[in-house]
Design a protein around this ligand. Structure first.
Ligand SMILES: Cc1cc2nc3c(=O)[nH]c(=O)nc-3n(C[C@H](O)[C@H](O)[C@H](O)COP(=O)(O)O)c2cc1C
Length: 469
């Protein structure tokens, strides 16, 4: 298991990190270079950011191998999204609670009052129409007012001035509920942003857990060791003691800011957030500022995909239990489709009306976290010889087995979730049902060419030099 610096070290040792010493402007120039580096799936360390006092580190979790390395796998060992999902499920069941410690490296330097100046931070302005410079990698710490427990999540944070920020909580987040509670009751609401935390905590913070489960316990179990927490300087919140930097603040609901940032699905997303007054910054003496390139980019998308595991499982499980005809199902929640789910279901149909009836029922079904129709743009039903886990096979079925127009059905004006940015106010958006099964009358004609015995061949048996006597 590696902490943040440990991960950076192994990336550098393995030639996976580019150091950029040439001075870069944090507005547009640095993100433009980040984008090129992210395309190569490398990490970056900008040593000289104009006007700032800290170097910028990022790209450290931009492909699954990096998650494996952070969690202790060896170089060359494969590590896939499925492996990460399995590790998450085990860690959720095990849980290792955090440990409160007296101090830690993040307390090496303390800034309060007039010493606070967010302009010292190398915060990038990424896209043309963004509202400004956004902190994108911060793990936000707050307290659940109902249970008193700590809650963490990743929240994009707009810099508004020397000591003012806006921490965005989407309508799906627990933080939004805490904001609503504090605004209604008038209770003071402290918040803290932690940058450069243990990779396991960065992963856990990106994950959507039910409110009664703790991301901190999950992070501890993922790394096999409790997360060390230390008291804030200006509130009773506890924050990661080994972080690179902590920004402490107090939320002020008297002022709200509309703001826009390029999102994970490749579109701009508007948000409204209360302002937060920064009350202290603590950091390591040689702190690195962690920044995730916003938008439809690898590190943002792979971390974001962690939140989708639970949604995918909930959707698939709900549909399987409500529709027993399902043989296999795959829920795609992949930014290549934007922000919406695409579901592929295989069945062994008994008549030609069955697939469309099944899709109609599926669109009406409850989906765990959300109703299926709110987040699913397209459902495709295929025969059970098609692999629902292979999009190439699914595409092949759509374009080789459909001749009648009635096998596509467009369902208009369906209520959507807020992340479908093209949905119309009050009208929602379309949904598409695609019956890619063979018509019953075509079953002989459209058989797949199969080489008899191919599924039983073990190639190694034929490549061995020894020949049978
Ligand atoms: C890079 C990145 C940026 C994110 N930005 C936001 C954001 O601005 N607002 C938000 O509510 N969730 C954002 N998320 C998703 C949350 O971190 C995730 O949904 C988390 O579960 C929210 O925690 P909560 O529900 O405990 O508040 C982001 C995730 C990642 C990986």
């Amino acid at each position: 298991m590696h902490d943040f610096r440990g991960l950076v070290k192994i990336l550098e040792e393995r030639g996976e990190l580019y150091r950029i010493s040439r001075p870069v402007d944090p507005k547009f120039e640095m993100p433009a270079v980040m984008e090129h580096i992210e395309r190569e799936r490398k990490a970056f360390l900008f040593e000289n950011v104009k006007g700032a006092r800290f170097p910028v580190i990022g790209g450290v979790l931009n492909r699954m191998e990096c998650y494996g390395w952070a969690l202790g796998s060896k170089p060359g060992e494969p590590f896939t999204a499925q492996d990460l999902d399995v590790r998450f499920e085990k860690a959720k069941a095990a849980g290792i609670g955090p440990r409160e410690v007296k101090s830690g490296p993040v307390k090496e330097v303390l800034c309060t009052g007039a010493d606070i100046n967010l302009a010292d931070l190398p915060v990038p302005t990424v896209f043309e129409l963004d509202s400004g410079a956004f902190i994108t990698a911060a793990v936000g710490v707050s307290r659940n007012p109902r249970t008193g427990k700590l809650n963490v999540g990743v929240y994009r944070t707009l810099i508004l001035g020397r000591n003012i920020v806006a921490v965005n909580a989407s309508s799906l987040s627990d933080l939004r509920k805490f904001y609503q509670h504090a605004e209604k009751t008038g209770e003071p609401m402290p918040i803290a942003l932690a940058l450069g935390v243990e990779p396991a905590l960065q992963m856990a913070a990106s994950c959507k857990l039910p409110p009664d489960q703790s991301e901190l316990d999950l992070a501890g179990a993922l790394q096999g060791k409790a997360i060390d927490l230390v008291k804030c300087e200006t509130s009773d919140l506890l924050v990661p003691a080994n972080a690179e930097m902590i920004i402490e603040g107090r939320v002020d609901f008297s002022r709200k800011i509309e703001n826009t940032l390029g999102e994970f699905a490749g579109q701009y997303g508007p948000e409204t957030a209360p302002v937060t007054e920064v009350t202290a910054i603590t950091h390591r003496r040689d702190a690195m500022f962690y920044s995730i390139l916003a938008g439809k980019n690898p590190e943002h998308n792979t971390l974001g995909s962690i939140a989708t595991f639970a949604i995918q499982r909930a959707l698939a499980g709900a549909l399987r239990s409500q529709l027993p005809a399902i043989r296999d199902i795959n829920v795609y929640l992949d930014p290549k489709f934007g922000s919406m789910a695409h579901i592929v279901i295989s069945i062994r149909k008994q008549n030609d009306a069955e697939p469309m009836a099944l899709m109609e029922a599926a669109f009406k079904a409850a989906g765990g976290f959300f109703p299926v129709s709110h987040i699913t743009k397209r459902i495709v039903v295929v025969d059970d010889d098609v692999n629902v886990h292979d999009l190439n096979d699914v595409e092949w079925a759509i374009w080789t087995r459909i001749a009648a127009a009635g096998k596509f059905r467009v369902i208009p004006d369906v209520e959507s979730w807020e992340l479908e940015r093209c949905a119309k106010d009050g009208k929602g958006s379309l949904r598409l049902a695609v019956d890619a099964t063979m018509d019953m009358e075509d079953r002989e004609k459209l058989q797949r060419p199969v080489i008899p015995g191919a599924d039983k061949v073990k190639l190694a048996d034929y490549l061995s030099r020894k020949t049978a006597a």
